[in-house]
Design a binder for this molecule. Sequence first.
Ligand code: AMP
Ligand code: ZN
Length: 117
Amino acid sequence: MCIFCKIVNKEIPNNTVHESEHFLAFHDLYPKAPIHILIIPKIHVDCFQNASAETMAGLTLFSQEVARKVGVDKTGYRLITNNGEDGGQEVNHLHFHMLGGAKLAWDHTHEDAHKSL
Ligand code: AMP
Ligand code: ZN
């Protein structure tokens, strides 16, 4: 069982922000912004590439609730998912990072970004 499935099953503790029947939001263990929340479906989906439209529809509304709950709906936030090896995905259970609480830098480009221009 993957680490986030264990969190859903309460085998590993988490700092829950918001929960519904199908989704869970909890604080990232190693925050990269003042607010860094992970948003996951409770069912195991390995990555965004394999996510269904139904899962993503639910995750959209749930993420909006999370943003309202922590107040970043007013101040702004970034919602990102790392998909696969080049995306830097480390946990193979679909998750979105909700980052906020400060003006975020944009530093996700690769050094080769301009080579094809
Ligand atoms: P990614 O690189 O997109 O797969 O992100 C995985 C994220 O999960 C990282 O930001 C980690 O800090 C976070 N993480 C790993 N284990 C835990 C955990 N037990 N509780 C909370 N966050 C975790
Ligand atoms: Zn899982």
